[in-house]
Design a protein around this ligand. Structure first.
Ligand code: SF4
Length: 498
């Protein structure tokens, strides 16, 4: 076995997970990659290819095992090499871009990442430093002359104006000092990783994720922890942020770590207590007064509105920055009074051009001038509207007025005016809807926002035949329509409850 850079980075996060990936791929891959994960991979490839434009006319090593071609390109001091491949007795890796620096007679190494320097910068920089340190160790063992190590990533301040300005969109940061500071530690850690991961015997011992919240668990958690119930202490809302609480619960050896076994006097926040309580006594908690007050703030005609968007890492249009959401679709149900079924209308933009104006004008045409606008998770729709204003200031009044009428139906569940064991501590509409009604997303061709996003991207980048494209457009319309009808159905349910 040769340890790849990817597997080493997984090992740094969790040795057991890396071992399962290498030795039990059927377990590691038992859950196929989600559309969201595939989109991340695709985005990485796109940004990688784009970054080559910073150093044009390079030679691409197409075969991912071609160490011989890499060697000969290096010997010839080829000015720019894309995807050079290296290996040692224990390790193997592919770099992104090598650029010959004739002044110092060595290569500069550029590692490209499809992320920006925004959220979690410190944690990301640590991973990127380890990534470059791995490369440095392998390159040194291959006697490759190395000058500087750079990280190339997206500039979150960049706003496209006309053609993409590669030097504005991508930043080059010198990571050489960061890498030099950790090189010895990484080198010895790589040897340890090789030792652990080349063993054929499965590592024993407890999964450290037993003291982490559900969202931190990897896809092999169930395999390694078959005795943990599907609704366990790990599902208590925000429990992953209270490490001590979760450790105390684990230490109690509750049967199957089930949420049903949490002692009544265990100290939890009110939100957590309510969640545990409804699961244990199998009853709903409904604060009718609070729901009543909330519903009274809603004015007729009531517009149930939902957007679908695509976050393009590489800005597609002027006015857009990296990962800015492109709004391409909305659905609208309008209830003019309580007793009659809502009227439905919708909009979808299926061209590859910028949809802003058509999107806003369809909203202008279809939304009533008065009444409340109900959304689920208002920061999303309102954030999209704010970005639309930045790019299209001529629609400022309309979009700001729209935002002023928004009411967030999710608040009923976030603020625990209504708690049901079927929500499992979540407030996503995908949990709330099937619990409170007979409606469900299960029968739809598209069942979540990530798939909707990916589908639209494939439509506008011509990845479907004409027939498939029309089918996908219909699936998108059905999906978004259910999102707004779901809000209507939940609102009706709340009315019936009070
Ligand atoms: S569940 Fe956590 S500790 Fe267990 S293998 Fe996955 S990442 Fe590692």
């Amino acid at each position: 076995m040769k340890l790849s850079k990817t597997n080493y980075l997984i090992y740094q996060d969790c040795g057991k997970n890396a071992w399962l990936k290498i030795h039990k791929p059927e377990v590691y891959k038992s859950q196929p990659l989600s559309e969201f994960e595939m989109m991340i991979i695709e985005t990485g490839n796109d940004v990688d290819t784009l970054a080559r434009g910073l150093f044009p006319n390079g030679v691409l090593v197409e075969d991912r095992d071609d160490t011989e071609l890499t060697k000969s390109l290096i010997e010839k001091k080829t000015p720019v090499i894309y995807q050079p491949v290296f290996e040692t007795e224990k390790f193997k890796m592919i770099s992104d871009i090598f650029v010959w620096n004739s002044e110092v007679g060595a290569y500069d190494v550029y590692e490209v990442k499809a992320s920006n320097s925004g959220e979690n910068k410190k944690a990301k920089d640590e991973i990127y430093s380890n990534d470059l340190a791995f490369q440095y160790v392998v390159l040194k063992e291959n006697n490759i002359p190395i000058n500087k190590l750079y990280l190339v990533r997206l500039n979150k301040e960049y706003i496209r104006a006309g053609d993409i300005d590669l030097n504005g969109l991508l930043t080059k940061e010198d990571f050489t000092d960061k890498v030099n500071g950790i090189i010895d530690a990484v080198s010895s850690d790589m040897d340890s990783a090789f030792g652990v991961l080349s063993q054929t015997e499965e590592p024993h011992g407890e999964c450290k994720c037993i003291t982490r919240g559900r969202s931190s668990h990897c896809t092999t958690f169930k395999y390694s922890n078959p005795d943990v119930s599907d609704y366990s202490i790990h599902d208590i809302a925000r429990i992953g942020l209270s490490k001590k609480k979760l450790e105390d619960l684990v230490d109690m050896n509750l049967e199957k770590f089930s949420i049903l076994e949490v002692p009544e006097d265990f100290e939890l926040s009110d939100i957590q207590k309510n969640q545990v309580q409804v699961a244990q006594i199998d009853k709903k908690l409904i604060d009718k007064n609070a729901i009543s007050e909330f519903l009274e703030t809603i004015k007729y005609p009531i517009s149930f509105l939902d957007y679908e968007t695509f976050p393009s890492a590489i800005p597609r249009f002027s006015g857009y920055g990296p990962f800015n959401q492109i709004p391409f679709q909305f659905s609208l149900h309008i209830a003019s009074e309580e007793s009659i079924e809502p009227a439905h209308s919708e909009f979808i933009f299926s061209e590859s051009t910028k949809p802003d104006i058509e999107f806003i004008e369809a909203l202008q045409k279809q939304l009533p001038k008065t009444g409340s606008i109900i959304v689920w998770n208002k920061s999303f729709e309102m954030g999209i509207n704010n970005k639309l204003v930045e790019r299209n200031p001529e629609y400022k009044d309309f979009l700001e007025n729209l935002n002023s009428k928004v009411v967030d139906l999710e608040d009923v569940f976030k603020k625990q005016m209504y708690v049901h064991k079927g929500f499992k501590g979540k407030t996503s509409i995908k949990f709330v809807l099937p619990t409170l009604s007979d409606l469900s997303y299960k029968e739809l061709g598209i069942q979540n926002g990530a798939v909707a996003s990916d589908t639209w991207n494939k439509i506008v980048t011509d990845q479907y035949s004409e027939t498939d494209k029309q089918t996908q457009i219909q699936d998108l319309l059905k999906y978004c329509k259910l999102d707004t009808y779901a809000m209507y159905a939940i609102w009706k349910h709340l009315l019936s409850v009070i």
